[in-house]
Design a protein around this ligand. Structure first.
Ligand code: ADP
Ligand code: MG
Length: 618
């Protein structure tokens, strides 16, 4: 399928380099979609049947890499060489995943707690980025076979709560798979787009996106206006999904068979068999009332109503997350205009019923919940390709971005919930005479002190020409691109010295951490404000101490011994005040010193002006 466009400048025909594809890189399943004859469609396998590619990578003995359905077979027979759920590890350090490592059937390597995790397969080590790239490559090949031409540009979706690290890791995985990732899009945003929500820039609405996948649950509340998708709140459970529904059935059947879990786990083929049957039963019960199957040569059965009883506590857990998100967004259910269902597990009728009841409205479920995110990604890709003009889709940044200033204070440059892409800057100066280097440390978070926020990276602007403190003008710019990736630029304006970095943070944070950071900022607002007050007073005092001592040195000849002594005493008192936590005391000492020294400063100025005039010739 070759398309041509006309270059409006010179009228020449140009072959479109390629189309832009949309990819849902899921924890359980991944899909690729594109716009075919004006409509978004997901690409099926060679048999034209299944659009889902299980996000599983198997390394065979002969070093072959197998992805998808074929890899799934090895989950139980060869778990050490079969990697699943790698999305959970994207952009994370060993420290981040230490408490969930028991979940994985493969080896996660602990080399250095702060660096990104690696996975050991045989004698080789892989990063989650490389493993995700294998999945992306499979999707790329799949669509290239259908189109009969190469594709190189893509939009990839990620959960709304993914931080910069996780987004960057996803982007890197794309690059490794030979894809130029034009945009990283939030999954709930893509789901909304698949329903056409947000495509009309004049509409303004608030929607909830309920995403119950294989192993994770996310609820996002989005406000959409002027083509901007603002994430008002996200909540969820990283260990709640369709797998838990399967497990509920397995436990019930074990009882029916008179077996326990130890017996089950000691028998690999039985584990495999019962798991497959349980998933089959679950899926069947989404459309029928009864399921009968065979496990270990014995009949097992499940009715829909019994299944609903088994999963009721799990569904309730997801509802609690929804309530939490509503509360975080400070919205009642009446303020939610639409509820969009995403993820294979929302096919379960009891789930749909419970969500509709909680939000007091029918849910949007007409688009296939497995495909909805990928279809939305294809629509976003189409927008980027320029096929839907006048449409710019934007997201917002979930946490504030800023730098550390004197005393460990967080100075926010791009506030939380600012729309993306965005650009902001501020000017700073040095705090020490002749300072040659300025360390710029970039943080993410809502607390007033950087030590309570998360460090994203740092760099040194070196080689500043020696100048008195306060004279250099250092302009710091934050540029947040459409994927939420940050570039920080620093420039000393007097000398033109400049430096910049792309933030590739050294380790990631989990969504729990992010939620905790937000919560902490609210809980500590009061004490933070107090500490900020003290630190600001202390900074002011330190500047004054510096200039006060300099003043004494430079003007010794015009001050009386009493004046010098009194100034020294007041400077000493100020210095002592800075060592307390009492901001009022510091302010008082600053005032006393200022009051006493300002007539002296005036006198010194007059003398210096006279001296200067005497020396100058007319
Ligand atoms: P993820 O976003 O985590 O990659 P998916 O959205 O692909 O996951 O959801 C996968 C889950 O959906 C699996 O647990 C699967 O068993 C479940 N699922 C798929 N179809 C059905 C169905 N008809 N009824 C119930 N659950 C289903
Ligand atoms: Mg998903």
């Amino acid at each position: 399928m070759a398309t041509f466009t006309i270059n409006m400048k010179d009228g020449s025909l140009q072959k479109d380099r390629d189309i832009i594809i949309g990819i849902d890189l899921g924890t359980t399943n991944s899909l690729v979609a594109y716009i075919k004859d004006g409509e978004a469609v997901c690409v099926p396998d060679e048999q034209g049947k299944n659009v889902l590619v299980p996000s599983i990578v198997h390394f065979a003995d002969n070093a072959a890499v197998i992805v998808g359905d074929a890899a799934r077979e090895y989950l139980i027979s060869d778990p050490g060489n079969t990697i699943y759920s790698v999305k959970r590890l994207m952009g994370k350090s060993y420290k981040d995943v230490a408490d969930i490592k028991g979940f994985f059937g493969y080896k996660i390597i602990d080399e250095d707690t702060d660096s990104l995790v690696k996975i050991k397969v045989g004698e080789r080590f892989f990063t989650p980025i490389e493993l995700s790239a294998h999945i992306l490559r499979t999707l790329k090949v799949r669509i290239e076979q259908i189109l009969g031409s190469e594709v190189s540009r893509a939009v990839i979706t990620v959960p709304a709560y993914f931080n910069d690290n996780q987004r960057q890791a996803t982007r890197d995985a794309g690059k490794l798979a030979g894809l130029d990732v034009l945009r990283i899009v939030n999954e709930p945003t893509a789901a909304a787009l698949a329903y056409g929500i947000g495509l009309d820039p004049s509409e303004r609405e608030t929607i909830a996106v309920y995403d119950l996948g294989g192993g994770t649950f996310d609820i996002s509340i989005l406000q959409i206006h002027d083509g901007i998708f603002e994430v008002l709140a996200t909540s969820g459970d990283t260990f709640l999904g369709g797998d838990d529904f399967d497990k509920a059935i397995i436990h019930d059947w074990l009882d029916q068979l008179g077996m326990n879990e130890v017996q089950l786990h000691s028998n690999k083929s039985l584990s495999q068999e019962i798991r497959l049957q349980a998933e089959m039963a679950k899926k069947a019960l989404s459309s029928t009332d009864n399921f009968t199957g065979m496990v270990a040569g014995e009949a097992v059965s499940m009715t829909r109503s019994h299944f609903e009883t088994l999963i009721a506590p799990l569904v309730e857990r997801s509802l609690n997350n929804c309530r939490q998100a509503l509360q975080d967004a400070q919205l009642g259910v009446d303020k939610i205009d639409k509820v969009v269902m995403v993820g294979g597990s929302t096919r379960v009728p009891a789930v749909q019923k419970a969500v509709a009841a909680l939000f007091e409205k029918p849910v949007f479920n007409s688009v296939d919940p497995d495909q909805v995110v990928a279809l939305g990604a294809a629509i976003q890709a189409d927008v980027l390709a320029g096929n839907r003009r006048d449409l710019l889709l934007l997201d917002v940044t979930p946490l504030s971005l800023g730098i550390e200033t004197v005393g460990g204070l967080m100075d926010v440059i791009i506030p939380r919930n600012n729309k993306v892409p965005s650009k902001a800057g501020r000017q700073y100066t040095t705090s020490v005479d002749g300072q040659k280097n300025l360390r710029i440390s970039v943080y993410q978070g809502e607390r007033d002190l950087v030590e309570n926020n998360r460090k994203l990276g740092e760099f040194v602007l070196g080689g500043i020409p020696p100048m008195p403190a306060g004279l250099p003008k250092i302009d710091i710019q934050f540029i947040l691109n459409a994927d939420g990736i940050l570039t920080v630029k620093a420039k000393e304006l007097r000398s033109g010295l400049a430096q910049e970095i792309d933030i590739r943070p050294s380790y990631g944070i989990s969504e729990e951490d992010m939620a905790r950071m937000l919560l902490d900022s609210i809980q500590h607002a009061q004490s933070d404000m107090k500490i900020r007050g003290v630190l600001e007073a202390r900074n002011e005092a330190n500047n004054l101490l510096l200039s006060g001592n300099k003043f004494l040195q430079q003007n010794a000849s015009i001050l009386s011994p009493e004046e010098t002594e009194q100034t020294q005493t007041l400077l000493q008192q100020l210095k002592e005040a800075t060592q307390t936590e009492d901001k009022d005391l510091i302010h008082q000492a600053i005032e006393t010193l200022n009051d006493y020294t300002s007539p002296l400063a005036h006198r010194a100025m007059d003398v210096n002006i006279l001296k200067a005039m005497k020396g100058s010739k007319i």
